[in-house]
Design a protein around this ligand. Structure first.
Ligand code: PLP
Length: 292
């Protein structure tokens, strides 16, 4: 198999030549922003929306790469093309970069930009997609928006990793956490939905504005399914008819159990299946697609 090709600060290089300095503030402090875009059958999905989220996060994080939308789009598509991938996850990682020697002012760092593409992969295994995952409500609380707003798609993910490790240690497949006020937020790599009495519900606050979450809200409107973005509690999950997580890596992933309570409906639930089927049908027809 040929070596993966990565985008590294303006150049496309084989993996063995890709470097990131240990002095980079991204390495030292997890000081960076990332984005993950997917391509399916040679079409990148919602590229503009992903780049809007990326450039918003970079702007809010005070990281200026000097790259415009067109340059970002070119990097995403070229990285997939150079790796010969039509079904791909393309990841962009921007770190604050390296400081001039002896200068501790973070504003003086020059950002580093990396992008790489891997074959498209689902977050859940085939069995999990068919039978659902077991989800734990973790004990760690989500980051308060006045500490680090979850809308930053940032690279400082220790909290997320620990929550996931603890869930796996306890025999669960994934974890969701609550806000300081006790409202359900999200999972380490996914947003969350539940269905109750025909209404699709999702937490409104304390979450990354997931592209798949936005897409599912649009698809629900198309299917005349009412959507309620608001407060969700653990109780709401326990008594839901359907629960699923969703992300760029595989769209909806059904949940069969939440912290010891079985979801009582069929798995995957009817609306979960209808939304997922419509998602893939529309993607395969080129909806919101940019050709590689
Ligand atoms: N929430 C978090 C914390 C994430 O890291 C992700 C994806 O990585 C998502 C939600 C889902 O976002 P998207 O649908 O844009 O992949």
């Amino acid at each position: 198999m040929s070596e993966p090709i990565l985008y590294c600060d303006g150049e496309y290089v084989p993996e063995s030549r890709a470097r990131l300095s240990p002095f980079d503030l991204g390495v030292q402090f997890g000081d960076g922003i990332y984005e993950v875009v997917s391509a399916w059958q040679g079409m990148v999905f919602r590229l503009d929306d992903h780049l809007q989220r990326l450039t918003d996060s970079l702007h809010a994080a005070r990281i200026d790469t000097g790259l415009d939308r067109q340059a970002w789009a070119q990097i995403v598509c070229e990285t997939a093309r150079r790796n010969g991938l039509r079904d791909a996850a393309i990841k962009i990682v921007v770190t604050r970069g390296v400081l001039p020697r002896g200068n501790p002012d973070p504003r003086a760092a020059k950002p580093s930009v990396r992008a790489f593409a891997t074959p498209y992969a689902h977050l859940g295994s085939e069995e999990q997609r068919a039978k659902g995952i077991r989800l734990q409500i973790g004990h760690q609380r989500g980051m308060a928006p006045d500490t680090l707003d979850p809308r930053y798609k940032h690279t400082a993910r220790l909290q997320y990793q620990l929550a996931k490790i603890e869930a796996l240690d306890s025999g669960y497949d994934d974890v969701v956490w609550l806000s300081a006020q006790g409202f359900v937020e999200e999972a380490p790599r996914s947003n969350l939905f539940l269905v109750k009495d025909g209404v699709l519900r999702t937490p409104a606050l304390g979450v990354l504005h997931g592209i798949t979450r936005m897409t599912f809200c649009e698809l629900a409107a198309e299917l005349s399914i009412p959507v309620d973005a608001g407060n969700v509690t653990a109780f709401d999950l326990f008594v839901a008819d359907e629960v699923f997580t969703c992300s760029t890596s595989g769209a909806a992933l059904p949940v069969r159990e939440v912290s010891g309570r079985s979801i009582r409906g069929t798995i995957p639930g009817e609306l979960t299946q209808r939304l997922n089927a419509l998602y893939w049908r529309k993607r395969e027809a080129g909806w919101h697609g940019t050709r590689l």
